[in-house]
Design a protein around this ligand. Structure first.
Ligand SMILES: *Cc1c(COP(=O)(O)O)cnc(C)c1O
Length: 401
């Protein structure tokens, strides 16, 4: 088993993912339908415009739009869509980007949507040559602020649906889109990680963007869906700035297969299996000193629950972040969802496990909690050092340590 695992040959650790579909962990478990399609197309030549035409049909049906295409990531989908809003189908203008001389080049966005998904969204927009105009403040956005931000230089608006965005005090998508549409401004929605493929279009999005490699279980790629003419203009960016965001035939067919598989999946059965994992972890943690575990709903309403594990370091004799780090050591590290760890909690996400791994997660939790409980001192290392660790490690890459 261990020897068949390609990670063993490559000298890589066999990560168990209860964190989420993270780029730095290799995104997702690609579904078998996509793996088969990718293997089938890799040795063949195809006419790429025809393949993207076929992808357009699949995306249009799945998302309830006129058209769509596959790009290298949702991040590149943002750049190419903003570019399309500026150039339309003008090939000369497309070749000139990121020089936007003579084009409308402003993009309105709520300040509470200025997210970082591994890189800043504002940079993804700026790559096209556009300039972000921020609307409102971090937790405050009202209609008058959006109306005031739209000028004759505005090319489009970008709206982010994500747990990364501020979750209160801002304008909902339908109100945002209504204000934009009253001024003729197209609305691009970054829904990279959202399960519902149709709801944002219904709420007023013109163009909607998804990651193929997140919930869909596709290969690394992005999906751009919207009205035919806009999508054509975005697709034409592949003759310009899109070239360095090139997508391969394997990612296009893999995305098509993942989309079809998603529509046929027994979502209720998946939810039930995941509920079983949460119950297992709950019972493994119940009655342990200083540990409180509760099932919590997804913050943006995806049909998905996670286990929230809150750690009281005096009683558990370890901090939440040291427990997360302890789980992350060894040959088979358990990666937990730790973006709120400074509040003394982390989450266990049940979506990305192979059968049997749920047991190993429970076992590792119990092991590390027992070890801490019977240790000499409370395990409490510097949170500041931990916060800056990834950057410090990257600054030594490719060296280790
Ligand atoms: C993951 C994510 C992205 C980036 O998606 P990629 O396909 O990995 O480029 C963009 N926006 C949000 C909100 C995300 O969660």
């Amino acid at each position: 088993m261990k020897d068949q695992d390609i990670r063993h040959k490559l000298g890589l650790r066999r990560v168990i993912n209860v964190n989420g579909t993270m780029t730095y962990l290799g995104a997702s478990v690609v579904v078998p339908e996509a793996v088969d399609a990718i293997c089938a197309v890799l040795p063949q030549f195809v006419e790429m415009d025809d393949l993207q035409r076929a992808a357009s049909d699949v995306i249009a049906r799945a998302c309830g739009t006129e058209a769509g295409f596959v790009t290298s990531s949702c991040a590149s989908g943002i750049t190419l869509s903003v570019a399309a809003a500026m150039t339309g189908p003008n090939l000369a203008a497309i070749e000139k980007l990121p020089d936007t001389t003579g084009l409308k080049n402003e993009v309105v966005m709520l300040a509470g949507h200025m997210v970082h998904y591994g890189a800043p969204i504002a940079q993804g927009i700026a790559l096209s040559g556009a300039r972000v105009v921020q609307v409102g403040q971090s937790t405050f956005a009202r209609r008058y602020q959006l109306e005031g931000a739209i000028t004759e230089r505005t090319a489009c608006a970008v709206y982010v649906v994500s747990h990364h965005a501020v979750q209160y005090g801002l304008m909902p998508l339908d109100e945002f889109a209504a204000v934009c549409h009253a001024r003729g401004i197209p609305v691009i929605v970054d829904a990279a990680s959202e399960y519902d493929l149709k709801t944002f279009i219904r709420q007023g999005a013109d163009v909607v963007l998804y990651s193929s490699h997140k919930f869909l279980g596709g290969p690394t790629a992005g999906i751009v869906a919207g009205p035919k003419e806009f999508i054509r203009s975005a697709y034409l960016q592949n003759l310009g700035i899109g070239r360095c965001m090139k997508v391969g035939k394997e990612s296009i067919v893999g995305t098509m297969a993942a989309l079809s598989a998603w529509q046929q999946r027994d979502h209720a059965a998946v939810h039930e299996r995941e509920a079983g994992y949460l119950k297992l972890w709950l019972s493994a943690l119940s009655g342990r000193p200083g540990i409180e575990a509760t099932i919590t709903a997804d913050p943006t309403g995806n049909p998905l629950d996670r286990l929230k594990v809150t750690v009281n370091p005096e009683q558990a004799r370890i901090t939440a972040w040291d427990l997360a780090d302890a789980l992350g050591r060894g040959d088979e590290p358990v990666s937990v969802r730790d973006h709120e760890v400074e509040h003394g909690r982390f989450f266990l996400d049940p979506c990305n496990l192979h059968p049997g791994q749920e047991q190993m997660v429970a076992q590792r939790l119990v092991e590390e909690l027992e070890r801490a409980l019977h240790g000499d001192a409370i395990i409490a290392t510097s949170l500041e050092q931990r916060r800056n660790r990834r950057v410090a490690t990257l600054m030594r890459w490719p060296d280790r340590g």
